[in-house]
Design a protein around this ligand. Structure first.
Ligand code: F3S
Length: 436
């Protein structure tokens, strides 16, 4: 017996009157309510985002492929537009019978999967075919908002599941999501009503100031990480910054949800729920003020840079997945150049195909760069043999990539800096980055 207030229809689902899959999904959502303290569920009117296959937080493991077949045969459908996140474990053997893979240029990168038709086979695995028939749009990206042509609008209730996307949904789009996208939320179109779904919880409680104008890509990245470390799960309002670009929002969102677990922030004059500082604070005084200035930024930068030598073995860009403008800029920068060490660049599969049409894939290949899609180095858990030090340009990857190193005795070292410093490292094999 649960104390969660359910509608008559939700109770029927929980009792199994609408079939096994709905019952499993409802049991999961009720448990989520009990854990989070939500008193009820909210009907979603926005969009969904989930990992494929569903990971631990999803009830997916209780649902067999036979169940999916039956749902398809019964012409069932996800209740809300549902997008696929990156496939996090492309090389691993099936987990609970589910395989997951979707990546371009895998073979060229020289990692373990060497079947040239891997991508095509992955895209047409029965699992994905069934999910597509249920309505999933298989974008396979941790930045699938870059490929969505159907964004949720201000105030719409969503259920997304990728850490860097959560602040994008809440802060940048003004839609509402917790960190809970799953088969259950997307299939039923319902989510526990707590956290970011509630207006009151979206106002800023921490006023963040800085003594340095935050305007470069690296500054936004380091700033986001340092703010996250400081405010943890609170909602900050960021003041004293320039207006972020799309790339800078990507960096800020991924960094702020890595340094901390920030799901929502405001930038007065930039984000939709903060036309003014007073608005962002809900007309109240902040609970506290904090300074993320020169000292805090340098500390975060140094923390993210952990290498004992300046020799770089590999460069990795594309965390979160690169947008098409950054692919264009990178292609232009690499024109006529040749990298001396492996350089991998990750993007969304849909953008990979656009980059192919635009000639970027070939140009980057001529420069010795492997453009890949649909996964993430940290999630893939693989770097080429012999790589001991990697250069990256985002705090999130710097933070997580060491955890992927296959040899537990050797910690992968990381040089962290600007995209240009990473390119220089790819061309010379040396790290010459510094905090300026
Ligand atoms: Fe995406 Fe992996 Fe970065 S999931 S945000 S590329 S750590």
């Amino acid at each position: 017996m649960t104390n969660v207030k359910l509608t008559e229809e939700e109770k029927r689902m929980l009792e199994g009157e609408q079939g096994k899959v709905r019952q499993i999904c409802m049991e999961y959502l009720v448990e989520m309510c009990e854990i989070s303290g939500a008193e009820r569920l909210v009907d979603l009117d926005g969009t969904g985002d989930m990992h494929t296959p569903g990971i631990v937080m999803s009830p997916y493991y209780g649902i067999s492929i036979e169940d999916l077949r039956e749902l398809v045969a019964a012409k069932e459908h996800f209740k809300i537009p549902t997008f696929a996140d990156k496939s996090p474990f492309p090389e691993q053997p099936p987990i609970h019978g589910w395989e997951s893979c979707n990546i371009c240029s895998y073979r060229q990168a020289g990692i373990r999967q060497d079947d040239p038709s891997f991508h095509a086979k992955a895209m047409h695995k029965e699992e994905f075919d069934l999910l597509r028939k249920l309505g999933m749009i298989t974008t396979h990206s941790c930045a699938n908002y870059l490929t969505m042509t159907y964004w949720p609008t201000v105030g719409q209730h969503c259920s997304w599941f990728e850490s860097s996307q959560i602040p994008y949904c809440n802060a940048v789009l003004g839609a509402r999501t917790n960190f809970d996208g799953s088969f259950a939320t997307c299939f039923l179109g319902k989510a526990p009503y707590y956290g970011m779904h509630i207006t009151e919880n979206r106002y800023a409680t921490v006023l963040v100031k800085t003594d340095r104008l935050i305007h470069t890509d690296l500054e936004w990245d380091v700033f986001g990480y340092a703010v996250g470390c400081d405010v943890k799960c609170d909602v900050p309002v960021l003041t004293g910054t320039a207006k972020p670009t799309t790339t800078q929002y990507q960096k800020l969102n991924s960094a702020i949800h890595t340094g901390g677990a920030v799901e929502m922030y405001h930038i007065p004059g930039s984000t939709p729920e903060a036309p003014t500082l007073d608005f962002a604070l809900g007309g109240r005084k902040p609970r506290r003020e904090t300074l993320i200035g020169e000292t805090e930024l340098r500390r975060a930068y140094e923390y993210l840079n952990y290498h004992t030598s300046d020799t770089v073995d590999m460069v990795y860009l594309g965390c979160p997945h690169l947008n098409i403008v950054d692919l264009m800029k990178l292609t232009a920068k690499m024109d006529g150049k040749k990298v001396q060490i492996p350089m991998w660049v990750m993007t969304a599969p849909w953008l990979y195909h656009s980059a192919e049409e635009l000639g970027y894939v070939r140009s980057l290949a001529n420069a010795g760069i492997t453009l890949m899609s649909g996964a993430c180095l940290a999630a893939m858990g693989a770097v080429p043999e012999g790589v001991r030090c990697i250069a990256v340009d985002t705090a999130k990857q710097a933070n997580y990539v060491t955890g992927c190193y296959p040899d537990d005795d050797v910690k992968l070292q990381v040089c962290y800096g600007t995209t240009d410093e990473c390119i220089d490292a790819a061309l010379t094999g040396r790290w010459r980055g510094e905090w300026r």
